[in-house]
Design a protein around this ligand. Structure first.
Ligand code: BGC
Length: 456
């Protein structure tokens, strides 16, 4: 099991290595604040005012970023930090729309929006059709030069529509609304999901300073002092702070423990050569890492031979999903249900199951632990960048987190907290990771409300 030994060592990501990854990220953060076009782009978001909890009004939000999109109607109450009403619906995005044309994808969004507005009216929710304020959460890297405009830099996750790259996604959405016969839509804000997650957390607790997603994809946003965003100099701005979307999906350093299975995963992915970091920590990829590791072990005869059907199964992209990895990691008794389902797909008999079970579970542990420790190193870099750690004292900090890996993958969650504790040291309990469930939609409404207040 020589290969397993190598993997065990690499996936453990010892403290010193986490620190070196963090050093590299911190350095790239500095470069990204000064220059454009780096692989850690530190994107200005034009979110310059922090929510206070006093925002009011009703807003529509549209949240696009994963395998489905959500539309919500959100009423912010006159009472401090209170959401008076939230109606939400979710639609699946067919694969052909994720890789098809701009009209196809944005047309799908507009049709769903129309359906949603009609349903709101049927439900007796008063809407003025003359002016519908819609905040757009678009969870991909954008080059913004205003709060209400963002040009797509590159696609990540399962999306690939080349004709959208370089286009303003607000214009694409507004045009699609027009084509669908929906008039009066005003889009005052477009934002990343990390930015929405942060705003939602700040609405309830103004001390929150970082928004993070550990889900299908991964990324973080934080509050930066304007004068430190060197590349903003000369641009017309009067604010003291701006939220920066770090966009760590594409981060790379030679310190990352990249293995042969990562290279195979990358080659077979929709965006080869891109999103190196996300491919090591994202929920969209964790099942693929495990599948490719199992394939290598089979090649070494380190696992019992599967049936011909089982071999086919394992050779199929995305045959193992992130939820399956999480569920197998959570098993107390290795031979529990989610593992048995997998071994059944491999066509194993009882004896083969007994032999392969512990190996398969260990593979799931390894990929999850590596993901969590690299994610921990990334969070530590943000804390260092903000000066919350690294000084004489650790400053109490709330990090708002959303995403399936954080919420549903227990081992990932625990290992993430442990890695941060190791990195931060004795006062680590001052750093709090707080689940901000579905915060990005709410955050969009809040950012639109802040913009509204500012405009008055
Ligand atoms: C995107 C980010 C996003 C993250 C989480 C990444 O793939 O590039 O913009 O914040 O996923 O959804």
């Amino acid at each position: 099991m020589e290969r397993m030994e190598t993997w065990r060592e690499a996936c453990l990501v010892p403290l010193e290595r986490m620190k070196r990854v963090s050093d590299a990220m911190l350095h790239k953060m500095d470069v990204g604040l000064a220059e454009t076009g780096t692989n850690l782009p530190m994107l200005p978001t034009y979110v310059t005012q922090q929510p206070s909890g006093k925002e009011t009004g009703h807003y529509l939000t549209l949240d696009l970023g994963g395998t489905n999109f959500r539309i919500a109607y959100i009423q912010l109450s006159e009472e401090i930090s209170k959401v008076a009403l939230r109606r939400e619906a979710k639609w699946n995005i067919p694969k052909e729309n994720m890789e098809g044309t701009a009209d196809g994808l944005f047309g799908l969004l507009a049709e769903a929006f129309k359906e949603f507005l009609d349903q709101l009216e049927l439900d007796g929710i008063p809407l003025s059709r003359d002016k519908i304020v819609l905040a757009f959460t678009f969870s991909f890297p954008m080059d913004q030069n205003a709060l209400n405009s963002g040009k797509l830099l590159f696609w990540t996750k399962g999306f690939n529509i080349p004709s959208c790259v370089g286009k303003d996604v607000v214009v694409l959405l507004a045009d699609a609304m027009h084509r669908a016969g929906i008039h009066g839509v005003v889009i005052p804000a477009v934002l990343n999901d990390t930015v929405g997650t942060l705003a939602a957390a700040q609405y309830f607790d103004e001390t929150a300073k970082v928004g993070v997603i550990f889900g299908t994809g991964s990324n973080a946003a934080y509050v930066e002092e304007m004068e430190k965003i060197e590349k903003m100099q000369g641009k017309d701005h009067h604010s003291k702070y701006m939220v920066v979307d770090i966009e760590w999906s594409d981060f790379y350093t030679a310190e990352l423990p990249i293995m042969s299975f990562d290279r195979k995963l990358d080659e077979e992915s929709l965006h080869p050569g891109k999103a190196t970091f996300e491919k090591m920590i994202g929920g969209m990829y964790i099942g693929e890492m495990a599948r490719n590791m199992l394939l290598e072990l089979l090649g070494d005869d380190a696992l019992p031979a599967p049936s011909p059907q089982g071999r086919k199964f394992l050779a199929t992209n995305d045959a193992i999903g992130g939820e399956q990895v999480a569920a197998i990691c959570a098993l107390q008794d290795v031979l529990g249900e989610p593992l048995l389902a997998l071994t059944e797909s491999l066509g194993y008999d009882d004896e083969a199951i007994k032999k392969a079970g512990p190996v398969i579970q260990e593979i799931m542990f390894l990929v999850s632990r590596r993901a969590a420790r690299l994610a921990g190193a990334a969070l530590y870099s943000v804390l260092r960048k903000m000066g919350r750690v690294g000084g004489v004292r650790i400053l109490p900090t709330i990090i708002a987190v959303d995403g399936s890996m954080f919420e549903h993958h227990r081992l990932f969650h625990e290992e993430l907290i442990m890695s941060l504790t190791e990195l931060v040291g004795p006062e680590a309990e001052k750093i709090k990771l707080q689940l901000s469930k579905d915060g990005s939609g709410l955050g969009a409404a809040i950012i639109a409300a802040v913009a509204d207040l500012g405009a008055q």
